[in-house]
Design a protein around this ligand. Sequence first.
Ligand SMILES: *Cc1c(COP(=O)(O)O)cnc(C)c1O
Length: 232
Amino acid sequence: MSVDINKNIFAVRQRIAEAALRAGRNVSEIKLMAVTKTHELDFIKDAFSLVDLIGENRVQEALNKFKDYKLNLDLHLIGHLQANKARKAVEIFNSIDSIDSIEIAERVNKIACELNKVMNILIEVNTSGEVNKTGAEPDKFFELLDKVIELKNLKLNGLMTVGPISQDEKIIRKAFEMLRNFAERASERTGLELKDLDLSMGMSNDFELAILEGANIVRIGSLIFGARDYSK
Ligand SMILES: *Cc1c(COP(=O)(O)O)cnc(C)c1O
């Protein structure tokens, strides 16, 4: 199997530009995150200079892959974080985009404090209502937000969600719209400027809908690197 990463990224950028045009938005405000889970460093390297951010789902995998790699990568954790992995996560990621509970927020804050740093985070919300999805439940969002704002070693840069598994565009857009609404209300509640709150939403099969609903980070794996092999 041969995968042309350059060509794939170019095609994704093209589709992002078209979606931005449809949405009446400026394409320069939309960042492309390459999601590199399950792929080896040698294979994904070509993407680094062509995308804006790198997303990994697991702390240990990211550590194995990137610990000796010193090129300036803006590496984000996008998978669920377990408390016992929090220290390593704070050490290697530039941002933890999957903060989904008060407990994990407090833990990350404490570790960041010990390491004398301010950790960039996003709050992840389960906008789909699917029980097996990660992210804070919508009715817990404001409580979590208020806590995150109090924690001095966390810097809230926005919100993240994973769209519902559905063929129905309306259902998918509704979830993304919910995240945008949460960002608007979070801005009013905290005084953070809306333009300073990223909306990380949209993956290979729904990123155009996410852009129509205001996404400014789209997380793309398979359209760039091909299908993943989880058996490895
Ligand atoms: C795997 C993953 C992606 C990328 O998925 P693709 O469908 O391959 O683009 C994006 N976001 C999260 C949270 C993921 O786990």
